[in-house]
Ligand binder design. Structure first.
Ligand code: ATP
Length: 298
C-alpha cells in the first residue's frame, strides 16, 4: 500500500503541493487529476524520492521510499526518457539489468510484452525509428519488466490512438489483478472516470475532491435523465426538483436534485410518447465544474 501523508512542496514562494494525503491499496488503480501546473508531476517526484517534500511523508508497504524500495517501483515520466540510439532489445536489457533482473529472464519477459503490444517486429529496430505511440509502449514495458509493486504513470495515454489506449489499459488491468498498486495522472476526465476506483482532484496543489469514484458520485446526489420522445418539456421544467433542462440533438438532458425526482418526472411524461427514459449518474466533469466553478478540465 502506498501512503501519502500531508505532503507539501514549495518552489521558492510558490506552493506547488499543499498538504496532500491519499492512500493507494495493493491492486488499486488511483487517478490524480488536475490541470497543467496543478502539482501532479511534483507529487510523483516526491513519491519516487526524486524530490524532497518540505513536510509530510510517503511510505510503500510501511517503509519510507529510498534505495531499498526503488526496485519495487516502476514509472513512466511525462518527459519520455528512452535512449533513442539503442534498439528496443538493447533498451529493455539496459532497464532490466538496472532493476536487477537476469538477462535470460529479461529476454523472456520482453518477448511476452512485445507480443502483447503487437510490436515484436520492432525488437531489433532503433528506438528513434519507432512511431511515438510505439515508443510509448516501450517506455511502458521498461517500467513494468521487473514487475513492480507500485506503478506510477504520468499522463500515460497522451498521444495514443484509441486502439493503443485500450491495449495499454488492458495491460494496466492485468497488473492490477496481480496486486500492483497503480497511480496515474491525467487531465482527461474520461480516463479517470472509466478507469479508476479512487481519485484526487488537484487544483493549485490542493485536493478539492477525493475518494472512491462511486462514493464521490453518490455524495453529489444530483442525477441526469436522458429523455427522448414527443414530450411537453415545459411541464417537465415545472416539476419540483428539476434543476435544468438542456436540449440535445435527439431529446433532452434533465438535471434533477436527487434520484427520487426521477419518479416525479416519469409520472409527468408517462402518458406522452416516450422513446427513451434513461436515468444516469452525474459525470465527474459535472461534479468538477460545480466544485471548481466553471474551470473545465478535459
Ligand atoms: P502538467 O500537467 O503541465 O505536467 P503538473 O500538474 O504536473 O502540470 P507540476 O509540474 O507539478 O504540475 O507543477 C506544479 C507547479 O509548480 C507549477 O506552477 C509549476 O510551474 C511549478 N514548478 C514545477 N517544477 C518547478 C521547478 N523546478 N521550479 C519552480 N517551479 C516549478
Amino acid at each position: 500500500m502506498l501512503n501519502v501523508e500531508h505532503i507539501s512542496k514549495s518552489y521558492g514562494k510558490h506552493l506547488a503541493v499543499d498538504d496532500l494525503s491519499f492512500t493507494v491499496e495493493n491492486g488499486e488503480i488511483f487517478g490524480l487529476l488536475g490541470e497543467n501546473g496543478a502539482g501532479k508531476t511534483t507529487t510523483f517526484r516526491i513519491i519516487m524520492g526524486l524530490l524532497a517534500a518540505n513536510s509530510g511523508k510517503v511510505t510503500l508497504n510501511g517503509k519510507p521510499i529510498d534505495y531499498s524500495v526503488t526496485n519495487e517501483i516502476g514509472f513512466v515520466t511525462e518527459e519520455r526518457s528512452l535512449l533513442s540510439k539503442l534498439t528496443v532489445k538493447e533498451q529493455l536489457l539496459f532497464y532490466g539489468i538496472l532493476k536487477g533482473l537476469e538477462e535470460e529472464e529479461i529476454l523472456k519477459r520482453m518477448d511476452i510484452w512485445l507480443e502483447k503490444f503487437q510490436i515484436s517486429e520492432y525488437k531489433n529496430r532503433k528506438i528513434k525509428e519507432l512511431s511515438k505511440g510505439n515508443q510509448q509502449k516501450i517506455q511502458f514495458i521498461s517500467a513494468v519488466l521487473h514487475e513492480p509493486k507500485l506503478l506510477i504513470l504520468d499522463e500515460p495515454f497522451t498521444g495514443l490512438d484509441p486502439i493503443n489506449v485500450k491495449m495499454m489499459k488492458d495491460a494496466i488491468y492485468e497488473l492490477k489483478e496481480k496486486g500492483c498498486s497503480i497511480i496515474f495522472s491525467s487531465h482527461q476526465m474520461e480516463h479517470i472516470e472509466q478507469f479508476c476506483e479512487k481519485l484526487v482532484i488537484l487544483v493549485k496543489g490542493k485536493s478539492i475532491l477525493s475518494g472512491y469514484v462511486t462514493e464521490v458520485k453518490k455524495a453529489y446526489q444530483k442525477m441526469n435523465i436522458r429523455l427522448r420522445g414527443d414530450i411537453d418539456i415545459e411541464k417537465v421544467k415545472k416539476v419540483s426538483g428539476v434543476l435544468s433542462v438542456s436540449h440535445l440533438v435527439d431529446g433532452y438532458l434533465i438535471q434533477i436534485e436527487n434520484e427520487s425526482v426521477a419518479d416525479l418526472v416519469f409520472r409527468t411524461v408517462k402518458n406522452s410518447k416516450v422513446l427513451t427514459f434513461d436515468l444516469q449518474e452525474p459525470t465527474l466533469n459535472e461534479i468538477f465544474i460545480e466544485k471548481v466553478g466553471g474551470l473545465h478540465v478535459s
